[in-house]
Design a binder for this molecule. Sequence first.
Ligand SMILES: Cc1cc2nc3c(=O)[nH]c(=O)nc-3n(C[C@H](O)[C@H](O)[C@H](O)COP(=O)(O)OP(=O)(O)OC[C@H]3O[C@@H](n4cnc5c(N)ncnc54)[C@H](O)[C@@H]3O)c2cc1C
Length: 476
Amino acid sequence: METKKFDIVIIGGGNAALCAAISAKEQDSSLSVALLESSPRKWRGGNSQHTRNLRSMHDAPTDVLTSSYSEDEFFDDVFKVTKGQTNEKYARFVISKTPQIVEWAKKNGVRFQPSMRGTLHLGRTNAFFLGGGKSLVNAYYFTAQKLGVEIFYECEAVEIIPKENQVQEVIALDKARNENFRFQAKSFVIASGGFESNLKMLEEAWGECARNFIIRGTKFNQGKMLQALKDIDAKIIGDPTQGHMVAIDARTPKYDGGIASRVDCVSLGIVVNSAGERFYDEGEDFWPKRYAIWGRLVAQQEGQIAYSITDAKVQSAYMPSLFPPIVANSIAELADKINSDKNLQMSIDEAQLTKTINEYNSKVVEGKFDHTIQDECHTQGLEVEKTHWALKIDTPPFYCYPLRPGVTFTYMGVKVNMDAQVHRADDSLFENLFAAGEIMAGNILTQGYVAGFGMSIGSVFGRLSGANAAKVALKS
Ligand SMILES: Cc1cc2nc3c(=O)[nH]c(=O)nc-3n(C[C@H](O)[C@H](O)[C@H](O)COP(=O)(O)OP(=O)(O)OC[C@H]3O[C@@H](n4cnc5c(N)ncnc54)[C@H](O)[C@@H]3O)c2cc1C
């Protein structure tokens, strides 16, 4: 087996890996840095290529963010979605570094745009990448290559070889040549994403229902490094069923549907399962704070399918999905269209759907509808109430988006310290092994999600891991 030697080897080719590679070179440009990306060049960038923004605190308006968003408010948002199950020290560390990330990203070629309007209301809190995540990763690849980082595409790391409290080498498969290589280095960074693309691992965690999940991002996050970390007795943290899972259009392809397949009209109407019954408060909170729970909610329904139903009144209030809605002039016709489309392989109980909507309409307490605030429109007297934005579904045409769970990324990963160093199972540290991005996001995210925090965590820990890997390499 051929051996390749570098000062630093970085495993992964998304945002966290690229931040690590650039930061390592910033420490000392003479360091030799290799970046192993499992995908071919055209699919490079992992889930990061599908992103749109990162969440950033700021004390005053900036060129890309409105108003202000304090560290405490940001932390409160994280605290709420994780139901307090977060590591405050780590979370605040990431939050406090986010303003630097925006400036650093700009320095390294990333462009930002004024924030977008729409159901996510993110103009104050999230900085949007001009051209989306694909442009961000392209800019970082360009910078990394300019700095001399050597990129290996279609190169999948499969095994980590430790020696006492160090990592000695990583074995990687060159998929184009079907040949294994040894990558030896003074320090290593693992930034290989979650394990969400590995359907077998998802099924082990979730059971058979995982077969109906759709993966929103890359197919290359196969969890090989998570397994390799387990094999060398690294400390694994997090519940394998926890992660970011949203409701997406059921017609989305199995992988890489990306952002365009998300269904954003849930809070404007009602959601029913195939039995025609509602099962959760669609108006519990603002959509950006709730969209990440809907994938799990749909996963818990029979057949992992649900239907978001709205009427003509709210059509201009949300960003439509890539797929056209099913449209009909009556609820019965809507159910009939769902049931008769053989390509969709979906069904809904028509009689119960009509009953559910009639009952819902009769319990709506009308008020002033305002989707930009938690308005007074609610229901009273239902088993499952809708607490805001409750309007009667009574104005044809009626619209339906079929929903399935769309897995964004998983939270089970590896424990790191505040220097991004990987812990062993006995809590001692691997001296020259660092981790960044999704593979360690479970140190902060245990459940729930606030939009844009994945890229914040990956960028902050990416930079940190690259800088610290460089320090270790320079010392040895
Ligand atoms: C549709 C979608 C939209 C999203 N939108 C946002 C958003 O707007 N804001 C936000 O903050 N977050 C968003 N996220 C989440 C975000 O993508 C992640 O938090 C972030 O990209 C994680 O970065 P990462 O570098 O850890 O992983 P990734 O970007 O997924 O990169 C992992 C990389 O590792 C490579 N890899 C995997 N295994 C191996 C191996 N064994 N050897 C070599 N390489 C390997 C993969 O090919 C990939 O390049 C979104 C995710 C999806 C799917």
